[in-house]
Ligand binder design. Structure first.
Ligand SMILES: Cc1cc2nc3c(=O)[nH]c(=O)nc-3n(C[C@H](O)[C@H](O)[C@H](O)COP(=O)(O)OP(=O)(O)OC[C@H]3O[C@@H](n4cnc5c(N)ncnc54)[C@H](O)[C@@H]3O)c2cc1C
Length: 678
């Protein structure tokens, strides 16, 4: 299947790349990357050219645009092209609405990016009754369209984008950092970071060479026709890198009023935000030398040619169609989304596991996927009737310690996948960025205005989240250990020594969980699907599961082990404590007329930001910051209190709305074609 030339990029190459990474992770101890940050106890010797340098221009563009809208001068350093992929992100309307609330895009611009309505979303496990949800990942967002709109806002406001420019190292001084970059890196060989954007290298190489991006480029023509999936016009995209590079060099030269020599290979800033994804060179050097605690192995496709009834019935939020077997000790799960406005359908097959050397390869997963795809998605359809537009492979790591990652040095902060802050259950990094965008934006602005960009101050922007840590245990509960699955009853196969889990164990666990959530109501379902775990509901669902499926719970506990279980209780206790403290600190929130906890309003129209106006604006904000606290409070005290109160909101699952999720009746298209339950 993967040799079809109609498939975007070179799927076999990306399969081989991801496979090699997965094999290395399973077979060897991970190696820490080379050190890329160096700290110096002296001044940079010049005024930094930018307030913030955002390295990585995918989710980094969201943050860069939001920071610039607050009056900061921002530069994006991107190895390829700031363009976004064609493969849709799924999120809820409400989540994407934050871009309008923050004044970054108009409602019309957001609507243009919301290209597919996917609902109702089914939750169905072999052996359990299905549920149908509204408001759960039921909108397909075209990343390319979204990023084009944000990019034009960012550039119109004076933001600088350096494309084909790779971050290499950074020297951190007492008053700024000098980032060493490599220009012309756009065409350097594809690696894991490009797996989600298979044409990134080609698009970047062509843009750098001054040619139009490849015909199939991300967002160029997603098969919809019209403007919805279209990226920037080729001429603009093509001219940008050089123009931006020249502009950056001019800006840097203007800003550097001292004798410090400026180099085209150096960008200076007060703060570096690392948005270079899971494989960021800064993250590779910062993570401790251990395997990730969890892996989500994903394969999938976006394809057209399914019968219309497949999309008319909506999508699958989470589904299983069969049980785990001793052949691979994996309980495979499925997700499906109508895509490209209904013209195509995205289907993922994934599983939670550890990085044991005996775990199955991606090749095994994709073969299984293709063998089951038609039966799962559209019984009666043949694989040869489908046109595969895109194939996807991913090995997504999750960590119980260092999630989110503590900033590795002064003046450096991670965001997006690099921060490891997305849920270890959903890996929905786009949704996570939207949820944290207002907090991160205001926090970075405050940090710059207070002048405290120390590691400790920045760590308050990546606070411990008991809810996130508690979820890691759920991901762990949803994996079968190697050698743990019993043969199907009646198969006559002999059980392996130590095997203890029936094949339907994970399906029963998930079935019981969602049954209890449904009984607790849409609010409870909402806290789970929107990843805002709250202690009362978590406690109630745990007790409920113990009542509904006592045997399944009894089987699960030994698979988790005493250490992780004790850690989970610790996180749960922290969740309760955070909720209590949040309640008790309520009077502090109204101190100084709410100025301490309130996010300052964003300016509706961004004036063009230059280093000079940014400095003046930063000074003014610093003065306002000090004035917003009680008499005698310094800027830093005000900022520390704001972050402390926010940490309680985020940590207790109260950092936004979990509402908007509703339960829906079974759509007629599903009723007839429901897959036989076991
Ligand atoms: C198959 C799949 C489906 C997904 N579906 C969803 C979904 O439906 N909803 C959702 O919310 N999330 C989804 N996600 C997750 C989402 O795609 C990621 O969380 C998101 O792309 C992370 O963005 P990022 O900017 O943090 O990292 P990345 O997307 O990895 O981007 C990193 C950027 O940094 C650049 N870069 C790398 N190295 C350097 C360097 N040295 N110098 C400069 N730049 C560099 C890269 O070129 C890239 O542009 C999905 C992920 C996968 C794999």
């Amino acid at each position: 299947m993967l040799t079809d030339p109609a498939i975007e990029g070179d799927p076999l190459k990306f399969l081989a790349l991801c496979e090699a990474y997965w094999a290395a992770l399973r077979m060897q101890s991970p190696r820490r990357g080379p050190a890329v940050l160096k700290t110096h106890a002296r001044s940079l010797g010049a005024s930094p050219a930018f307030d913030v340098a955002v390295c990585g221009g995918t989710l980094g563009l969201l943050l860069a645009t939001a920071l610039q809208a607050r009056g900061l001068s921002v530069c994006i350093i991107e190895r390829r092209v700031v363009q976004g992929r064609a493969q849709e992100w799924n999120a809820a309307d409400e989540e994407v609405g934050v871009l309008v609330e923050m004044g970054l895009l108009s409602r019309g611009e957001v609507e243009a990016a919301l290209v597919t309505a996917c609902g109702p979303m089914r939750v169905a496990f072999a052996g359990s009754d299905p549920l149908y949800l509204g408001g759960a990942l039921d909108r397909g967002v075209c990343p390319a369209t979204l990023l084009v709109a944000l990019r034009s806002r960012f550039e119109a406001g004076g933001g600088v984008i350096l494309e084909g420019t790779a971050f290499r190292t950074a020297d951190i001084y007492t008053d700024g950092l000098a980032i060493r970059v490599q220009r012309g890196a756009g065409g350097e060989g594809a690696d894991l970071a490009d797996a989600g954007r298979p044409l990134a290298v080609e698009a970047a190489a062509m843009a750098m060479a001054g040619a139009a991006p490849p015909a199939h480029a991300e967002g160029e023509d997603d098969g919809k026709g019209g403007e919805e999936g279209a990226a920037a016009p080729p001429s603009t995209t093509t001219s940008r890198p050089d123009a931006a590079a020249r502009e950056a060099a001019r800006t840097a030269a203007r800003a550097a009023r001292s004798t410090r020599p400026t180099s085209p290979d150096e960008v200076t800033a007060r703060l570096l935000v690392d948005c270079m994804g899971h494989w960021s060179p800064i993250v590779k050097a910062a993570r401790p030398l251990s395997k990730p605690d969890g892996i989500c192995l994903v394969v999938g496709t976006c394809a057209s040619g399914f019968p219309p009834s497949a999309n008319a019935g909506g999508g699958d939020f989470l589904r299983s169609v069969d049980d785990a077997s001793p052949a691979d000790d994996v309980s495979w799960l499925w997700e499906a989304f109508p895509a490209e406005g209904g013209a195509a359908r995205t289907t993922y097959m994934f599983a939670y596991m550890d990085a044991d050397r005996r775990r199955p390869s991606l090749t095994h997963a994709i073969e299984r996927y293709f063998a089951q795809l038609c039966a799962v998605e559209a019984p009666g359809t043949r694989l040869s009737e489908l046109t595969i537009r895109r194939a996807m492979f991913a090995v997504l790591p999750s960590y119980t310690k260092g999630a989110p990652l503590r900033p590795p040095a002064d003046r450096v902060l991670q965001a997006g996948d690099a921060a490891g802050g997305a849920s270890p259950l959903s890996f929905g990094g786009f949704g996570a960025m939207l949820r944290h965008l207002p907090r991160l934006t205001a926090g970075i602005d405050d940090a710059l205005a207070s002048g405290d960009l120390s590691q400790a101050a920045l760590a308050r922007l990546a606070p411990y989240q008991p809810s996130l840590s508690a979820n890691a245990l759920f991901a762990r509960a949803m994996r079968c250990g190697v050698g743990s699955v019993l043969p199907p009853p009646g198969s006559g196969e002999k059980a392996r020594p130590g095997a203890s889990l029936p094949g339907n164990h994970i399906n029963r666990l998930l079935g019981a969980h969602f049954k209890v959530l449904a009984a607790l109501g849409p609010g409870a379902v909402g806290t789970v699907v929107r990843e805002r775990t709250q202690p009362a509901l978590l406690g109630a669902s745990m007790v409920g599961m113990g009542i509904v499926a006592p045997l399944t719970i009894a089987r699960t506990l030994p698979t988790l082990g005493p250490g992780p279980l004790a850690a989970w209780f610790g996180h749960y206790a922290a969740l309760v404590l955070y909720s209590l403290l949040r309640y008790l600190t309520w009077p502090l929130r109204s101190l100084a007329g709410g100025a301490i906890a309130g996010l300052a309003p964003l300016s509706p129209a961004t004036p063009t930001i230059s280093p000079a106006t940014a400095t003046a604006a930063r000074e003014a904000r610093g003065a306002r910051l000090a004035a917003s606290g009680p008499p005698g409070w310094t800027r830093r005290t005000v900022v520390a209190l704001r972050r402390g109160l926010e940490a309680l909101d985020v940590g207790s699952g109260h950092d936004g709305s979990a509402g908007g999720v509703v339960m829906l009746p079974e759509p007629a298209e599903r009723a007839g074609g429901r897959m036989k339950e076991k």
